[in-house]
Design a protein around this ligand. Structure first.
Ligand code: PLP
Length: 436
């Protein structure tokens, strides 16, 4: 089992040295519990793996995975940079102490007002289309203005069709065979292109597609540098490093990823003479890998129902964790208050559906999941809830969003208060004629 699961002597699931059963009692459920040290360890593991082979290297945390201020602060302290995909994420990054030079904005379908805002912040823009380039030229003085482009390398990979961001079905980036033309155009307009970016997808555990995308990106960059005299300051390989969600899945071999991609990176720099003046930075943009396995969603069982199937009903739903409903994703579920149960009671394992409390039949955390006997009042820990979980959450069904706590060395602190019913009406205005 490669999942980040720790169990206390009492048979209770642990997070950051704290007992989840006690946390659930103290803070209530549903509850997001985040392990600070795990985020720090994940960051260091990636940083050490890549810098061992190539020192001009930066990690741009893909903040859409989790924009909680404390999570952002932890990564700021570790020295991370930021991949921001919206002006709101740029704002959040600045607010959490990242200086503009540590933030790269990669937007798609960006409005002129948003371009203006990004320009005012001083954050570097990674452009997604010629349309954006032309509109930017009307907003800023292009002379010497540093930009980069996202390129679609026609290589895609990911855990779900919706998570593949390269290839001919993808809306992202400029076409690879038009890259030279687009960089030329940008230069003619006065811009100074200094970077090239790609991001092929999400949830990648196998180095092959990542290596292929790196090769393709480096070939495109090489061609651009030879035909347009662009001097690249950075080449950004994107994110997408996966984590095991199922116990049978293996951990990604980060050292192998680092060794092979830096190997390709360095040899392509030499092949195209892209390191003649200065060695460009290699950027990567992991989101899930840094924060995914650092959090649990704790949810309490309130109903055990024997209908045509056996349903375990819990006090949260896809409003707090959308991935199973949206992508059919697997999240491992552990009986947090009796976590040793499967080993002791192997024969009693039964297949159940773990159902949320949202009024939609698609609101299931798991279908036919083998779990030990579960009783009403039991506590479930839904694992790997650190990435794309709270950040994709909503108030659907008028359910206030849950609280988030940060755990370190067994101590827990609240880092986001549980919303109240009053919060459901934030910013709503009832016209006078409709008032009672
Ligand atoms: C989402 C995204 C990432 C990160 O993806 P992960 O699978 O979380 O690593 C990186 N770069 C860009 C541009 C993205 O949109």
């Amino acid at each position: 089992m490669d999942l980040n699961l720790k169990i206390h002597d009492k048979g209770h699931v642990d997070i950051g040295g704290a007992d989840t059963v006690e946390l659930a009692e103290e803070y209530g459920t549903p509850l997001y519990a985040i392990d600070e040290d795990r985020i720090r360890d994940n960051y260091k593991r990636v940083y050490d793996a890549f810098t061992k082979y190539y020192s001009n290297f930066k990690i741009l945390y893909a903040s859409k995975a989790n924009t909680n201020l404390s999570v952002m602060r932890i990564l700021e302290e570790e020295g991370s940079c930021i991949d921001a995909v919206s002006p709101g994420e740029v704002f959040t990054s600045l607010k959490t102490g990242f200086s503009p030079d540590r933030i790269l904005f990669t937007g798609n379908n960006v409005t002129n007002d948003e371009l203006k805002y990004i320009d005012e912040t001083g954050v570097k823009i990674n452009l997604d289309s010629v349309s954006q380039l032309k509109r930017l030229a009307k907003i800023v003085d292009p002379e010497g203005y540093k930009i980069s482009f996202r390129v679609n390398p026609m290589v895609g990979a990911g855990h779900h069709e919706h998570c593949i961001t390269g290839g001919e079905m993808s809306k992202f980036g400029i076409k690879e065979n038009e890259a030279v033309e687009v960089y030329k155009l940008a230069k003619e307009m006065g811009f100074e292109p200094v970077g090239m970016h790609t991001h092929i997808g999400s949830g990648i555990l196998d180095p092959e597609p990542f290596k292929l995308a790196t090769t393709v990106l480096m070939d495109i960059a090489g061609q651009v540098s030879q035909e347009t005299d662009v001097n690249f300051e950075f080449l950004d390989l994107g994110g997408g490093f996966g984590i095991p969600y199922e116990p049978e899945e293996n951990l990604l071999d980060i050292d192998l990823f680092a060794k092979e991609s830096t190997g390709i990176f360095k040899s392509k720099l030499s092949e195209y003479g892209m390191n003649d003046n200065k060695e460009p930075y290699m950027y990567i943009e992991p989101g899930r890998y840094l924060v995914g396995d650092a959090a649990l969603l704790l949810t309490r069982v309130n109903t055990v129902k024997n209908s045509y199937r056996k349903f375990i009903g819990v006090d949260s739903g896809f409003n707090t964790l959308l991935r199973p409903s949206m992508y059919g994703s697997y999240h491992h579920i552990v009986l947090a208050n009796k976590a040793n149960e499967p080993a002791e009671n192997g024969s009693k394992i039964e297949k159940v559906d773990v159902a949320g409390n949202v009024c939609e039949s698609g609101d299931l955390f798991a279908r036919d999941r083998p779990l030990p006997p579960i009783e009403e009042g039991d506590l479930l820990a839904i694992m790997n809830a650190g990435a794309y979980s709270f950040s994709m959450g909503s108030q659907y069904n008028s359910r206030p969003r849950p609280a988030e706590i940060l755990v370190k060395n067994g101590n827990s602190e609240i880092i986001r208060e549980r919303e109240t019913y009053e919060d459901l009406f934030n910013k709503q205005i009832l016209p006078k004629r409709l008032k009672k």
